[in-house]
Design a protein around this ligand. Structure first.
Ligand code: ZN
Length: 502
């Protein structure tokens, strides 16, 4: 290995370690930290992000990258070395665009805005959160302007989560998906078939839910030797290395879905990180390609696998064994139908597969309006409710079940939401390709196993980490750019069968 590249790697490892230490402060705050520690923890996290920003944007850091790049000139495009240089050049240029003062202010505001959001949501008090949202909108606007853009302000932010993707592309793909999903949703509404989901709303002992969550995550392929399941208010997955990729979830004593599907979802994220190649460790390549590709893995495990008939035919008897009182008199088919009931609802994270994308389209449109100054914070609750009526035909009874439900707008993170729906589309396209290339995947799923699917994902997606852009990866893996078609085929086949539409 060359000398300059070695020097660069030392710098990269150091930065990676600091970043992961900062991430641990975050994980600890969410899972263990007493509430009293909040103010100092915000200060600690702000100090870390300032330090990391300073180190990663120094002139020396730029020289290290360029010296190594010169030495590696002509290295193969898909090799680890050239890929690392591409990713570093990009993040270096982006980070240099943000003044240190902005980074510190943004981190401090986010820390306090999050506290305000938690309280506002608990007390259903939007007015308490409004001044913080105003600051968040300004931070997003500033951020977009620091990054710069050619066509639309939103492009500057979207690019940070979905490299090289443009707002206009997302708009077009969402419009195409919407045009096909609305008739499907209407056909479901008009169907005489009514699915009963009362069985998931029975009493479910929380300790048993925890035990079953471990069982089902393991069945999916999540490795607890390199993982951990924690309890939080707003679930997430986080990794400190491929050998320590953690998940979190929340538990309700009378509703099974949040913990069950939350666990499957976060396991999908963490399995992606566990599957990155060991050679990428301690570098920024040892992570998912983008948020959208990350979400394709979590949504695939949650829905294409975790809400499939075959998977539950295999695992329902075990679930029944954990909860004989709730499920003793039901069949796997009853459960399959209960977990796939499609019906407009208020909460995004609990939405069914059919209506989920509408929740994202709503947020995507509102974010653009706020970023462009067409919508001010004070008008958000009304704008939210208008869009809910337009897209889903329902009005939230409170802001808690409306614009206060997600943590995302307590951070200057506009551009993040669309990646959820993109994840659904990527996931369906990947899954369709996987099954074409290895039909045994479906037979295996019907026995409750994911070995063949996971091997395909490891080979085609996970091991590459962040080496390729999402556009490059989807083209490499599926032979075509991202489209809405595979998801629509999947949705029509599944809900057409459930609601007897054909
Ligand atoms: Zn996710």
């Amino acid at each position: 290995m060359s000398t300059e590249y070695q020097k660069l790697l030392e710098h990269v490892h150091e930065l990676n370690d600091l970043g992961k230490a900062a991430a641990l402060l975050y994980w600890d705050r969410e899972v263990y930290m007493p509430h009293g520690g909040t103010a100092e923890r915000i200060a600690q996290m702000t100090t870390m992000s300032s330090l990391i920003h300073r180190m990663s944007t120094s002139d020396e850091a730029g020289e290290l990258i360029e010296n190594a790049a010169a030495e590696l000139d002509g290295a193969p495009y898909d090799g680890n070395e050239a890929s690392l240089i591409r990713v570093l050049r990009r993040s270096y240029a982006d980070a240099r665009k943000l003044p240190a003062e902005y980074v510190a202010r943004s981190s401090a505001v986010s820390g306090e805005a999050r506290e305000a959001w938690v309280r506002a949501r608990a007390e259903n008090d939007f007015a308490h959160f409004r001044p913080w949202l105003e600051q968040i909108i300004e931070l997003c606007q500033e951020q977009a302007d620091y990054y710069g853009y050619e066509d639309e302000r939103y492009d500057a932010l979207l690019d940070k989560y979905e490299t090289d993707m443009k707002t206009a592309e997302v708009r077009a793909i969402f419009a195409a998906a919407k045009a096909e999903l609305i008739p499907l949703r209407e056909a479901v509404d008009d169907s005489p078939v009514r699915l009963d989901d009362s069985i998931v709303h029975r009493p479910y002992d929380v300790e048993k839910q925890k035990a079953f969550a471990r069982y089902i995550a393991t069945a999916l392929g999540y490795d607890f030797e390199r993982g951990h399941l924690g309890t939080v208010v707003h679930p997430f997955a986080i990794s400190f290395s491929r050998n320590d990729a953690r998940i979190t979830t929340r538990w309700y004593p009378d509703f099974l879905n949040p913990s069950l599907f939350g666990t499957l979802h976060e396991s999908g994220h963490a399995m992606y990180e566990q599957g990155t190649h060991a050679d990428l460790s301690r570098t920024p390549l040892a992570r998912g390609t983008s948020l959208g590709i990350h979400e394709s893995q979590s949504r695939m495990m949650e829905n294409l696998v975790g809400r499939s008939r075959g998977f539950w035919q295999a695992h329902f008897p075990t679930l029944q064994g954990y909860f004989p009182e709730a499920l003793g008199s039901n069949t796997a088919e009853d459960f399959y139908r209960a977990i796939n009931k499609a019906q407009p609802s208020f909460i995004r994270v609990e939405a069914d597969e059919l209506t989920y994308n509408f929740h994202i389209i709503l947020r995507f449109e509102l974010e653009q309006a706020m970023l462009n100054g067409d919508l001010v914070a004070a008008d958000l609750p009304a704008a939210w409710n208008d869009k809910m009526r337009e897209l889903l035909g329902i009005t939230p009874p409170s802001d808690k079940e409306g614009c206060l439900q997600d943590v995302h707008w307590s951070r200057p993170g506009f551009g993040y939401f669309p990646t959820y729906a993109l994840g659904n589309l990527y996931g369906a396209q990947f899954f369709e390709t996987a099954v074409e290339q290895n039909p045994a995947i479906v037979e295996e799923l019907a026995q409750g196993k994911t070995t063949a699917l996971l091997a395909w994902l490891r080979e085609n997606i996970h091991q590459h980490g962040k080496k390729f852009t999402p556009g490059e990866l989807v083209q490499r893996v599926t032979g075509k750019p991202l489209g809405h078609e595979a998801f629509i085929r999947y949705a029509w086949a599944k809900f057409g069968d459930l609601y007897e539409l054909n």
